[in-house]
Design a protein around this ligand. Structure first.
Ligand SMILES: Cc1cc2nc3c(=O)[nH]c(=O)nc-3n(C[C@H](O)[C@H](O)[C@H](O)COP(=O)(O)OP(=O)(O)OC[C@H]3O[C@@H](n4cnc5c(N)ncnc54)[C@H](O)[C@@H]3O)c2cc1C
Length: 468
């Protein structure tokens, strides 16, 4: 059994959100950490600048930030989103804000990915215990000799090696640390599985620039959704007055798909038919669409997150999920926080702490992976559908009247830290109940509220299943 640092230096591969957060948490606890990232330092390299790519931070992410006292620092970087704003297919106007919750603090925070990563990197370095190295790509790991091979990002032939005692793999969906762990576990007959399920849908990011006065062209208080059944577009506000819009659509096929919508005339016709309001807001829509890289989406489920006391995965490397619940980063931050908790609970047994970490987190990561996939159907297909709307209205009434007993699953995931697996189970039970209660009703006023209240109370308090 060994304690952290006993076997040699602590190294983090990947300085994205999970890596930078973990570095700050370990640095705060007095551990010396070296972190290597294959990309340039986002604080000094503005090459990727210009277009803003943003993410929604929810309660789990905020909880993680509170551990570093970073919430006040992040606040000026975010735009709060209090609900969804749906743009209907006929396109005469927008639905208005559908609030996420009944409580004032049930809002999501839209944050620029780069600004957020920079804040985490600064927090890590300010501990005085973290060294960061950029343009350093991990090529392989020699567990026998305890050596990590890194290639210089600009000159791939320039390799060097650094010693490590424990390596943290925060190197994202295409993790090299994951491959190395899997290979070594397999060789020793330990469970090791990496399942990667790619979606047939892909995405492009587009920008809705601010107007000439720097003001938002759309209401900035919500997450905009253009649900179109088989595809959808969403837009999140940035503090700079612009929005980042993301179009999710099938990669191929005859119906609207990225393959079928590729020539300028097809693109103009597509946006004209399905997103006419966007056409007015974004004069260079066709050019942006043509220039935007086509992103892939997938789910990664891994069994075997660690190798003895020498390596462990954290973030997307262990559990990449599709972005439709806006939870991948929140999950990654919560996982990094849990990993540190496990290490503190078993300070003299790193291997044991890593094993507990996987035992605790994997069922939860699997649950949010499933819920994120389901949410794609909900967002693109259901938010406009009458059955969904009546159930949602009833859910909001019950949440308001019986907050200790009822909160929609979406809210349990986004605005609480109830373990994801429990939120999924409770959500299934509540959804079946809502379906029962609205059966035969065409408006929510027809629901028998006395029966509804009795049945909801019979489910038991949410606090008993892990809601705070
Ligand atoms: C379109 C889209 C929208 C999203 N929206 C949201 C959202 O609203 N809310 C949310 O919570 N999540 C969202 N996510 C998910 C979120 O982006 C990820 O879950 C999050 O970035 C995971 O952080 P990470 O640090 O594990 O991985 P990453 O952010 O991918 O960081 C990995 C880092 O490792 C580095 N790296 C990779 N390989 C190597 C190597 N061999 N050597 C050295 N360094 C290496 C990379 O350069 C990178 O900096 C979204 C994802 C997508 C695709």
């Amino acid at each position: 059994m060994s304690a952290l640092g006993d076997n040699g230096p602590l190294v983090i591969v990947g300085g994205g959100i999970a890596g930078a957060y973990l570095a700050a948490m370990l640095g705060r606890r007095g551990h010396q950490v070296a972190m290597f990232d294959s990309r340039p330092d986002p604080r000094t390299d503005t090459h990727g600048g210009g277009r803003s790519i943003n993410l929604a931070i929810a309660e789990r992410g905020l909880l993680a930030l509170r551990q570093l006292d970073l919430v006040d620092e992040i606040t000026p970087l975010v735009v709060p989103m209090a609900g969804r704003i749906v743009h209907d297919a006929e396109r005469s106007g927008v639905s208005g804000l559908q609030p996420y919750g009944t409580l004032d603090d049930e809002v999501l925070w839209s944050v620029d990915r780069t600004a957020f990563t920079v804040a985490l990197l600064n927090a890590a370095e300010s501990t005085g215990n973290v060294e960061t190295y950029f343009r350093q790509r991990c090529r392989d790991i020699d567990f026998e000799l305890g050596l990590l091979t890194l290639a210089d990002g600009t000159q791939d032939e320039l390799w060097h090696q650094v010693p490590f005692g424990t390596v943290f793999g925060a190197d994202g969906v295409a993790s090299i640390v994951r491959s190395e762990i899997a290979e070594h576990r397999q060789a020793e007959g330990l469970p090791a599985q990496v399942r990667r399920d790619m979606l047939s849908h892909r995405y492009v990011e587009l920008e809705i620039a601010a107007d000439i006065d720097g003001a938002f062209k759309l209401d900035p208080n919500g997450l905009h959704i253009w649900p179109r059944n088989d595809f959808m577009l969403i837009a999140l506000p940035n503090p700079t007055g612009d929005f980042t819009a993301t179009l999710f659509m099938a990669a191929a096929g005859n119906a609207p798909s990225f393959d079928a919508v590729s020539a300028s005339a097809e693109i103009a016709a597509f946006f004209g038919e399905y997103f006419p309001d966007l056409n007015e807001l974004v004069p260079d829509l066709v050019e942006q669409y043509i220039d935007a890289p086509l992103g892939r989406l997938g789910t990664i489920r891994t069994t075997g997150w660690s190798y003895g006391d020498q390596a462990v995965l954290v973030g997307d490397s262990a559990h990449g999920i599709v972005p439709f619940h806006g939870q991948g980063m929140n999950l990654a931050l919560e996982s990094a926080m849990t990993l540190v908790d496990e290490l503190e609970a078993q300070p003299d047994d790193i291997a044991g702490a890593f094993a507990s970490f996987e035992r605790n987190r994997r069922p939860n990561a699997d649950a949010i992976a499933d819920m994120a996939l389901e949410n794609y159907v909900e967002m693109r297909d259901k938010v406009n559908n009458a059955d969904y709307i009546i159930k949602r209205q009833l859910a909001l009434i019950l949440t308001e009247q019986l907050p200790q007993y009822f909160r929609p699953r979406y809210n349990l995931v986004m605005f609480s830290s109830m373990p994801y697996a429990l939120a999924e189970q409770r959500g299934d039970v509540q959804d079946a109940l809502l379906a029962d209660l609205v059966e035969g009703c065409s408006t929510v006023a027809e629901v028998d509220m006395a029966v509804a209240a009795d049945r909801v109370i019979a489910l038991g308090p949410l606090a008993d299943v892990g809601a705070e």
